[in-house]
Design a protein around this ligand. Structure first.
Ligand SMILES: Nc1ncnc2c1ncn2[C@@H]1O[C@H](COP(=O)(O)OP(=O)(O)O)[C@@H](O)[C@H]1O
Ligand SMILES: [Mg+2]
Length: 219
């Protein structure tokens, strides 16, 4: 696989950008993929988590905090050093760093909590991404349902997502304590015991789908 940059973007805080990034990082480490993490969020939660995770011997690399005026150049530089760069973004699409990530990303993941409040904010992210895609045809972007209530029928979620023009990555993450718990402990669901197996299966599915999309696009 050539060098690829994957950015996790959403309009609001709380959609699960950092959580999705952390779990994907855990899944990539599990299958022995080399990758790096860039943290564009001034809150630096991905950075702090990755320091804990690296100390705990999870195989997750310490993230690089990217700030300053030329975040796009910094991301390109980091992207060249590793096959895969995961980028966590600030919780706003107006933030210069989010725009920089969208300018350099090969693939954008938009976590969406299926509910009425996220619908409107996701529309705003979507129109920005569609605008970028008109200028950069190779830019891939997917919505990723997150915090999906386990009681909710899959059909209902698909109906909700049909509101959008961007395709859905067919691997939702359910609402699970294991995601929040493992992150607090500086790791991912791959560091938890047997009860987290269903969460691990979800993340494995997501990581496989992500790698497949990245490799499909190989030129
Ligand atoms: N699938 C999930 N299941 C349970 N809790 C989740 C899930 N996704 C996110 N959370 C929790 O929601 C909160 C916000 O998530 P976070 O990843 O920090 O969002 P963002 O980075 O978009 O602001 C955190 O407390 C996190 O643990
Ligand atoms: Mg975050």
């Amino acid at each position: 696989m050539a060098s690829r940059i994957v950015a996790v973007v959403s309009q609001k805080g709380g959609a699960g950008k950092t959580t999705v990034l952390m779990q994907i990082a855990g899944g990539l480490a599990e299958v022995g993929r080399e990758f790096a993490i860039a943290d564009l969020d001034p809150q630096e939660s991905a950075l702090r988590w990755s320091e804990l995770a690296a100390d705990a011997g999870s195989g997750i690399p310490v993230a690089t905090a990217v700030g300053g005026d030329d975040a796009a150049a910094a991301l390109r530089r980091l992207g060249r050093q590793r096959r895969l760069l995961l980028v966590d973004c600030p919780p706003s699409i107006e933030h210069a760093h989010t725009l920089a990530a969208l300018d350099v990303a090969d693939l954008v993941l938009v976590p969406v909590v299926p509910g009425p409040t996220d619908l409107w904010s996701t529309r705003a992210v979507e129109s920005l991404i569609l605008q970028k895609q008109r200028r950069r045809k190779a830019l891939l972007a997917f919505l990723l349902p997150n915090r999906v209530p386990r009681t909710r029928l899959a059909g209902e979620i698909v109906d909700f997502m049909n509101e959008f023009a961007l395709p859905l990555l067919p691997h939702a993450l359910a609402q699970r304590n294991a995601y929040a718990e493992s992150a607090l402990a500086g790791g991912s669901v791959f560091q938890l015991g047997r009860p987290a197996e269903s969460a691990r299966e979800e993340v494995r599915g997501l990581v496989r789908a992500l790698l497949k999309e990245l490799e499909k696009n190989e030129q």
